[in-house]
Design a protein around this ligand. Structure first.
Ligand SMILES: Nc1ncnc2c1ncn2[C@@H]1O[C@H](COP(=O)(O)OP(=O)(O)O)[C@@H](O)[C@H]1O
Ligand SMILES: [Mg+2]
Length: 423
């Protein structure tokens, strides 16, 4: 059996069983209520009759309090039984005879004030009958038709049965609709997701290809220098130290390049360690680091307090890359202005600016501008900044600064600290 069928069947069973139980309880309560009313009125009538003074049967019968009769079928019946078992009925009555059983006859002869209440048939009419012993005088039978009660209960049975059937069917239908299997993707949707998968695979492959190409150069020169050192027997000491220094520098560059590559290889997957980050505090930390790395420059900061939801380490990485670029391209003694306002971080330097031919490519992986030749770097810095910005639903752009230099803008969905506290 399929899962869908099982869910439908189970839902129908549970709802059906609940409705049947509720219907049975409802029916029993209604039945007890309606019949209870008739029993109460019969008992009240019986008590009144038992209190009447001894008199002739006809007189006695006439004085029996009668409930109001509806037109049509009589609702109430009265019948007197003498101690000898003879039946006396109201004069001129066309009412059906009430059945006399051995128990009724015994009651008529009883010397104790007892009574019997039971269901019976009187000329085909279903009645509720009360037989009250009148010690020494016989007994009186009082009955009321149960026809209207039976009719009401019959109607209730039909309504409850319909309710149960429809309720169960509705539950089965709802379960069937809700457990409907999700529509299979259309050909177009499949093609789109296949394209996206192919793009992502191609991007990963390209990264591996670019990376292996970019790694080969520093590894080769590291190896060459290593071999030189190995065969350094004839090389003068000063030159050997120079080569060893180069090896250290190359190893550091390689470490940085590998770090950048690992960062990029993470793709656009959002960092799981997301938290509310005080962007202004993070910018301050990054600027302090930049000051240590470039003590000859002046870093001027104007940061408004704001908070962004993100991964602090990745955000710091992006800010550091922008500050590093500004520092790298600034003439010594120049100033670098950093501002943070309305979720936008701007880093402005007074360097030579970017060649307009390079500008469209600066965010490409491994792209290094004409102005970067001879300077350290892998061409991955801005690619990482863009990746971090997009992973945080932001953006980054580089533009020539008015006058001279470059201005980098990193936009993030940050909110002012004041707005956060007010909400
Ligand atoms: N502040 C800047 N001033 C001038 N050129 C810049 C600046 N920032 C980036 N560039 C240019 O963009 C290129 C890419 O930058 P980046 O990805 O950080 O690589 P890298 O710094 O390793 O060269 C740089 O090679 C450089 O040509
Ligand atoms: Mg850089």
């Amino acid at each position: 059996m399929t899962l869908r069928r099982r869910v439908t069947l189970m839902s129908a069973l549970v709802v059906g069983a609940t409705l049947v139980l509720a219907s049975v309880i409802c029916y029993l309560v209604m039945r007890a209520e309606l019949r209870g009313q008739i029993d109460d009125s019969l008992r009240a009538q019986g008590s009144q009759v038992a209190r009447l003074p001894p008199a002739g049967g006809a007189l006695f019968v006439r004085r029996v309090p009668q409930p109001p009769r509806r037109t049509g079928t009589p609702e109430a019946y009265v019948q007197f039984i003498g101690v000898d078992g003879a039946v006396r009925r109201p004069p001129m009555t066309a009412e059906p005879r009430l059945p006399i059983t051995a128990a009724t006859a015994a009651l008529a002869r009883s010397t104790r004030l007892t009574r019997i209440l039971d269901d019976t048939q009187a000329d085909g009419v279903h009645v509720r009958m009360l037989t009250v012993a009148l010690p020494g005088r016989g007994a009186v039978q009082l009955a009321r038709s149960l026809a209207s009660v039976d009719r009401a209960l019959g109607r209730l049975q039909i309504v409850l049965a319909l309710l149960t059937v429809f309720g169960t069917a509705l539950a089965a239908l709802a379960a069937r609709l809700l457990s409907r299997p999700v529509a299979a993707p259309t050909e177009h949707e499949l093609a789109v997701s296949q394209d996206a998968l192919a793009d992502s695979l191609a991007a990963q492959r390209q990264l591996v290809a670019d990376a292996s190409h970019e790694l080969r150069t520093p590894v080769t020169s590291l190896r060459t220098n290593g071999e030189l050192l190995r065969d350094a027997g004839s090389v003068p000491d000063a030159e050997r130290r120079l080569i060893a220094g180069e090896v250290v520098d190359q190893a550091e560059e390689l470490t940085a390049l590998i770090g950048d590559l690992i960062d990029l290889a993470r793709g656009d997957v959002p960092d799981p360690a997301v938290e509310d980050v005080r962007l202004d505090a993070l910018v301050d930390e990054c600027v302090q680091r930049a000051r240590r790395h470039a003590p000859g420059l002046r870093f001027v900061v104007a940061a408004e307090p704001c908070v962004v939801e993100g991964a602090p380490e990745r955000l710091a990485r992006a800010i550091n890359n922008l500050l590093d670029n500004a520092a790298k391209h600034s003439p010594s003694g120049a100033s670098v202005e950093i501002a943070l306002r309305d979720g936008e971080l701007t880093v402005r330097d007074h360097g030579p600016g970017i060649d307009p031919a390079d500008l469209p490519h600066v965010f490409d992986r491994f792209h290094r501008g004409a102005n970067a030749r001879g300077r350290p770097g892998s061409g991955l810095g801005l690619a990482i900044v863009r990746q971090v910005a997009e992973a945080h639903h932001g953006s980054v752009a580089l533009a020539p600064a008015p006058g001279r230099g470059t201005v980098a803008r990193l936009r993030l969905p940050a909110v002012p600290v004041g707005a956060l506290a007010a909400s």
